[in-house]
Design a protein around this ligand. Structure first.
Ligand code: ADP
Length: 607
């Protein structure tokens, strides 16, 4: 191999390494080497044509061994060099046409080198030296074939690369057949020429024998390929059929399922029905014939305004899916709510050619919601009425009560001579009863006013309990009660009601103490998710389990007045206050051992 030829292969090798995985690494180096290959090829060709410009043959290393044209590579090698260099350069381009020129150059190189190899092999028996192709050494043509094949594989745009590499039957066939159709004629021709040359057989016999062997062998090979192709094709068709059947099966099942729960209709671009399913007809009371080709507007109920429909179709016509609840009118005039999706379908050009409406009947839910809303409104109204009534009643009742009280007082003071002892006692009873009633009415008024005009404020519960203790100091002192509390939270709440809450619970804990036991009351609080959980524990008389809920109802008491003072409104107050703070209140108690009242206060955002 001539020095310049070796140089071309060295450069080509480097270029192939640089272009591995399409990462062209150092592009300037890749380009320089490609240009050098073209340069060497071109100037060698010029030498062959008698144009000695740079004496490329011995430019780097002088050839002292070759007699004729020392150092010069053959014309075929020079042409292949130019082609492969062009192929490398064009491979860099992102332009398709340039890329294709490169691919052609590489393919030419492959063809020239392949012909050179074949003619070399076949001309050995003839020992001829006159061929253009044979002017390229066998190893040179081998290397050119290798480089051009690698380059073809490297270039993903090359059809050769695609044909050979793909996973289709054609590519598999190519991979199988290609080596055979290249190697078989070369080998058999080689043997044939050798045999003719050695005069083992005559030329005529050789040609007949070649045809006689080539045809049946080709038939056998083609049959073998055909059988294996048929087998895989059969397999493929079987699988395709199975797939189609299972697709059909699932599609049918899916459709059956959807048909049972959804109202389905399709519309053309004029919004006329082209298809409706049975459930659609059942709910909207139309026969298929009556609704097909009718415009969707016949379902309008009058519930939605014009903008609703304009927005709906604007969205759908822009290619988006519209989903919302819609009230429709059936043929018999009844109304039905559906949760509907309207889906536009587009053709390949992106134009809408059909709409599908897919709906769930939600009439029951909507009716329930509507009546719930009405009930709520009614309830709210009644509540207001009741509040008003309670306020007016309790407020106005105070007046006559005061009069009765004043006059009995007057009678008792000024007209003592009118009454005997029983009469005076009776007057006293009337006075007691009226003041109790007045107290009850006052409580009722307080209860009624509780959730009005409250403002959320930051409250330190430690301070709050401290203040309550101060307010109840007489009671605490009398009962010799101990109140323990530590690390109570600072929270956002309604101050006056909260104070009343603690006051009622602490007061009850002192009031419902056991005769011979000094009250010990412990107040604790802990964080429980998004709320504070408070507990107020006492060692009092306890509450029988069956009354645990009753005690929170207004005016419900478990003891009469002689045993324990009170009106039965305190815990009802407590419940209302806890409600106001979105919490709950309950009690745990063991009879004769003590009670623990729990309540929760929802943590507000700014806590
Ligand atoms: P009042 O204290 O005016 O009777 P409440 O509504 O505060 O009204 O309480 C209702 C009833 O619950 C009380 O009459 C009492 O029987 C019971 N009760 C409340 N707190 C306690 C407590 N700490 N220990 C035992 N019983 C209690």
């Amino acid at each position: 191999m001539k020095f310049n030829t070796a140089l071309i292969f060295l450069f080509s090798g480097i270029i192939l390494l640089l272009s591995e995985k399409n990462n062209f690494g150092s592009k300037p180096l890749y380009k320089t080497l490609s240009y050098l290959i073209i340069f060497i090829g071109t100037f060698t060709l010029a030498e062959h044509l008698g144009l000695s410009i740079v004496s490329i043959d011995n430019l780097i290393i002088p050839d002292e061994l070759t007699a004729k044209n020392p150092g010069r590579m053959s014309p075929a090698t020079a042409i292949c060099s130019i082609l492969i260099g062009v192929g490398f350069l064009a491979g860099l381009s992102t332009e398709k046409n340039t890329n294709n020129v490169g691919l052609y150059a590489i393919k030419f190189t492959a063809i020239i080198s392949l012909i050179a190899i074949i003619s070399y092999i076949l001309l050995i028996p003839l020992s001829s030296k006159s061929s253009f192709y044979k002017s390229m050494a066998i190893h040179t043509s081998g290397l050119f074939l290798l480089i051009s094949t690698l380059q073809l594989f490297n270039n993903p745009n090359s059809s050769f690369h695609q044909i050979v590499n793909e996973d289709y039957e054609g590519s598999k066939l190519t991979r199988k057949i290609l080596p055979v159709i290249i190697l078989f004629p070369i080998l058999s021709s080689f043997i044939l020429i050798l045999a003719i040359n050695q005069e083992v057989i005559s030329t005529e016999f050789g040609l007949v024998a070649y045809a006689a062997v080539f045809i049946p062998l080709s038939i056998i090979y083609v049959s073998y390929i055909a059988v294996s192709l048929n087998k895989s094709e059969k397999e493929r068709r079987k699988l395709a059929k199975e797939l189609e059947e299972s697709n059909k099966y699932y599609l049918k099942r899916f459709q059956q399922g959807v048909d049972q729960v959804s109202l389905i209709g399709t519309l053309d671009t004029n919004l006329n029905f082209t298809y409706v399913n049975d459930l659609f007809c059942e709910v909207l009371k139309y026969n298929k014939d009556e609704i097909l080709n009718k415009n969707i507007s016949i379902l309008r109920s009058g519930h939605h305004n014009v903008e609703f429909y304009t927005d709906l179709w604007k969205k759908v016509e822009s290619g988006e899916i519209w989903v919302d609840e819609i009230k429709n009118k059936a043929k018999d005039g009844s109304y039905h709510w559906t949760l509907t999706a309207i889906i536009p379908f587009k053709n390949e050009k992106g134009e809408i050619f059909e709409y599908m409406s897919l709906s769930q009947n939600i009439t029951d839910r909507k009716t329930a919601e509507e009546s719930k809303g009405e009930y709520l409104k009614k309830l709210e109204y009644k509540n207001k009425e009741l509040e008003q009534f309670a306020y007016v009643a309790s407020h106005d009742l105070q007046e006559p009560l005061r009069t009765v009280n004043n006059f009995t007082e007057l009678l008792a003071k000024r007209r003592t001579d009118y009454f005997d002892e029983l009469g005076l006692k009776s007057l006293q009873f009337i006075q007691d009863a009226t003041s109790r009633m007045s107290e009850l009415i006052k409580n009722l008024l307080d209860y009624n006013r509780l959730d009005k005009d409250n403002i959320l404020t930051k409250i330190d519960c430690n301070q709050l309990v401290k203040d309550v203790k101060k307010d109840l100091s007489m009671n605490i002192k009398d009962a010799e009660a101990t109140i323990i509390y530590n690390n109570l939270p600072i929270l956002l709440g309604y101050e006056t009601p909260l104070r009343l809450l603690f006051q009622n619970l602490i007061n009850n804990a002192i009031k419902f103490r056991k005769k011979d036991t000094k009250p010990i009351i412990e107040i604790n609080a802990k964080l429980n998710g998004d709320e504070w959980l408070f507990s107020i524990q006492d060692n009092g008389i306890g509450i029988t389990t069956k009354y645990k809920d009753k005690i929170f109802v207004i005016f419900q008491r478990l003891h009469n007045k002689n045993e324990y003072e009170g009106s039965g409104i305190g815990l009802a107050h407590c419940r209302k206050i806890v409600d106001l703070h979105q919490g709950q209140i309950w009690v745990d108690s063991i009879d004769d051992e003590g009670s623990t009242f729990y309540f929760t206060i929802k943590i507000k955002e700014h806590d």
